[in-house]
Design a protein around this ligand. Sequence first.
Ligand SMILES: [Zn+2]
Length: 264
Amino acid sequence: MRTWIPNTRNFAYLNWKQVDALPRESTLLVLPTAAIEQHGPHLPLATDTLINNLLLGQALEKLPKELPVYALPPVHYGKSNEHIGFPGTLSVSASTFMAVLRDLGSSISSAGFKKLVLYNTHGGNTSLIDVMARDLRAEFGLRTFALHGSGGIAFEGLNPQERAYGFHAGEVETAFLLASVPDLVDRSAYTVNYIADIEKPELLRPENASAVFAWLTRDIAASGVLGDPRPATPENGARWIEEAATYLAAALEVMSRYPNQPTK
Ligand SMILES: [Zn+2]
């Protein structure tokens, strides 16, 4: 898999003597979590993993050199059972996903490190990340942080319908890939699908409401797309990547400087 992580911040490029020389108290390790799953007929299975690596890599480039922050190799497979039934989706169960994070937390803790960030870019993992961040804190004493997606940047230029219901393989993800790996985007295969209309607010909604229904993609989107990729441009993608990387870098810096001991 292609990587944008700077060599100097790639944990797996170190040897064990170099790892042993890292400052245990202050080193911040970042564990990326994503997915290998269908992203419609126009984007690759690795979309979430590529976006994770791209945004994290650009963020790490922005960090002050003296901060000891390292990216671990990503957990490529996520909980993607919302996309089962589409060839290529490779999903692990919630218990497997959480067990992998627990075992990695155990290894990190036993090597003496104290600070870990779970950086996730797949929606199906989100609730598990929140559970595991707390569990790793409680079980191993790791100062654990969770960081999600693009960090809530404004995505200026997105229309309100896409902002509300562009969940998957829509304008944002397509723009990110057009700006970074355009050869992996099939522009001739765009499809459009919205599972709700912001002009017709329903009490029962797919997400972001008190009353929601659990959805499987195959129930609601034959092509696998939840949104509209057609307006995506590499220019917007590049701008959003820069904004997201700036946000992520700021968050990583705060996490890196956050005290390990509880403040009195
Ligand atoms: Zn995605």
